[in-house]
Design a protein around this ligand. Structure first.
Ligand code: PXP
Length: 251
């Protein structure tokens, strides 16, 4: 366990934009947060351009694409509008997520198995443009197999349910969910998919996920932006990095 090398940390800066948008000002600036994250050891920046633009806006994506030196992971729904933006901006990676207007955050994984023909064409166009495509899914084997079948390079396993169970003190159920995530990671890697994970991760729950050997990258946002209020964004990221490394036996 935990011997498969350094994990990448993708820092999601959506909620810097949430705070900015609360007042309609230009600050705090998500690009400034991304540059600071890069200087503090982030391996990539993730940002979600939602259909309703509730946090990140089109101009933020343009600024991030031009302004950071580490890979940009552009999260979005698999819509025609987003595909056109992706093909114009050509970020390093695109993470396709389900999106409902009424949800507070991305609640479940994408139904890849139920939309295979369309997603094969959708992902193919992005791949032809040199964009690495990731599917944000649950650990259901059918979704993992479908992600491989449609030609995705990466799956990001949704850790939200595990995080919720852990936060509610439901330790046994959290352990069952963690085991399912681990099994999903093994299956995905055996199919040639790179495995990422994220959603709801905190200092308290990150280590068991970081210890899953097939997981290559974690994407973490809300907790880090909150923690930045207390210790600053750089130190908040550095502490997450330290815990990830410890879980991997690198500290
Ligand atoms: N990965 C994906 C695909 C997400 O949708 C999100 C939330 O935007 C995250 C990771 C980060 O989740 P959190 O903000 O809870 O750390």
């Amino acid at each position: 366990m935990g011997t498969s090398g350094k994990l990448r940390l993708g820092v999601n800066i959506d909620h810097v934009a949430t705070v900015r948008n609360a007042r309609g000002t230009a600050w705090p600036d998500p690009l400034r947060a991304a540059i600071l994250a890069e200087a503090s050891g982030a391996d990539g920046i993730t940002a979600h351009l939602r259909e309703d633009r509730r946090h990140i806006r089109d101009a933020d994506m343009e600024a991030l694409r031009a302004g950071i030196g580490i890979p940009l992971n552009f999260e979005c729904a698999a819509t025609d509008e987003m595909q056109a933006i992706l093909l114009r901006l050509k970020p390093h990676a695109a993470c396709l997520v389900p999106e409902k207007r009424e949800e507070r955050t991305t609640e479940g994984g994408l139904d890849v198995a139920g939309d295979q023909a369309r997603l094969t064409r959708y992902v193919g166009a992005l791949r032809d443009a040199g964009i690495r495509v990731s599917m944000f899914i649950g650990h259901d084997p059918a979704q993992i197999e479908a992600s491989a079948a449609i030609g995705a390079a990466v799956v990001e396993l949704h850790t939200g349910h595990y995080s919720d169970l852990d936060a509610e003190g439901r330790a046994e159920e959290a352990a069952v969910e963690l085991a399912a995530l681990s099994k999903g990671a093994t299956l995905a890697a055996s199919l040639g998919l790179e495995v990422h994970a994220g959603h709801g991760l905190t200092y308290e729950n990150v280590e068991p996920v970081a210890a899953i050997p097939e997981v290559m990258e974690l994407n973490i946002g809300h907790f880090l932006v909150g923690e930045a209020l207390f210790r600053g964004l750089g130190p908040a990221i550095e502490e997450m990095r330290r815990r990830m490394d410890a879980a991997r036996g690198l500290a």
